[in-house]
Write a protein that binds this ligand. Structure first.
Ligand code: AKG
Length: 276
């Protein structure tokens, strides 16, 4: 896969191959992995600026960045539709380190389900505990069919609202398997700006509370699922036809813009390669 250009020409760091191999392994074992230094400082700054610009456009289009169904107050700034809003997000969604982690868990036959942002500003609170796979597939959750790549555009700490997760919860096949009071077992994903956090879709988690006086915590959530699941977004409806036509064949296929859909399980059964 060709390396997509970094946002506005800023450089992606190239993490050593052994870090990526260790992260792929950790993801499979513990249900999550942090890979440092995927974006350099300049790329984080540029992408964060572009995210705020995207938030303004999103609101100008008549959407609200406060979603009461998700968050207790407006200090969480939610930006949906990132792939429609700026080319830098279309670069990040197929960034090779991210895709290496996606393929480690989901294999080659995956689709992009959604790409959103959550900026937790001072005073933001936690959402409800959930797993991302549970949002798109009913229990039992017997295999990893979903994964989030979380792009850290700022440092992420417990104090500024790091995502909190329940260790080992990717092995829970039902909600009851989580046991009593899983909230008491939550621990934060802490990471430096420029890291990506790969999170198995079965790992139960929530947003933390930002208890700082003046620090934003800005995260992008790139959500991928196996290709037999319907995406959270219908990109045929979201993306302007001219934009769709300008996208690479790889991105079009991962977004489900091509005519042929949901053929990989059948191809494996019948011993034939799926139509691209
Ligand atoms: O912002 C966070 O830390 C978590 C967000 C999340 O889990 C979600 O939006 O589904």
């Amino acid at each position: 896969m060709a390396m997509p250009s970094a946002p506005s020409g800023a450089a992606f760091f190239s993490s050593p191959a052994r870090d990526l191999a260790a992260a792929r392994n950790a993801l499979l074992q513990q249900g999550w992995a942090v890979l440092d230094g995927v974006l350099d400082e300049a790329a984080c700054t540029i992408t964060l600026d572009r995210l705020w610009a995207a938030a303004a456009t999103y609101e100008a289009q008549g959407n609200s960045t406060f979603m009461p169904v998700l968050d207790p107050n407006a200090a969480n700034v939610r930006v949906f539709d990132l792939l429609a809003l700026d080319a830098c997000f279309r670069d990040l969604i197929l960034q090779p380190h991210a895709i290496s982690l996606v393929e480690a868990l989901l294999g080659p036959h995956f689709r992009i389900s959604n790409f959103t942002a959550n900026i937790a500003r001072p005073g933001s609170g936690s959402m409800a505990l959930h797993s991302d796979q549970a949002l798109v597939v009913p229990e039992p959750w017997q295999a990893p069919w979903a994964l989030n790549i979380i792009w850290c555009l700022t440092d992420v700490t417990f104090e500024n609202g790091a995502t909190l997760y329940v260790p080992g919860s990717h092995r829970a096949q039902t909600r009851d398997d989580l046991g009593a009071n899983p909230e008491a077992r939550l621990v934060p994903f802490e990471a430096k700006a420029g890291s990506i956090i790969a999170m198995d879709g079965r790992l139960w988690h929530t947003s933390g509370k930002n208890i700082t006086k003046g620090q934003d915590r800005a995260l992008l959530f790139a959500y991928y699922t196996r290709d037999f699941l319907r995406g959270q977004v219908n990109f045929n409806a979201l993306l302007d036809p001219a934009l769709q036509a300008s996208l690479s064949p790889e991105l079009r296929q991962r977004l489900g813009l091509e005519v042929a859909q949901n053929l990989s399980a059948g191809a494996a059964l019948l011993g034939k390669a799926p139509r691209a």
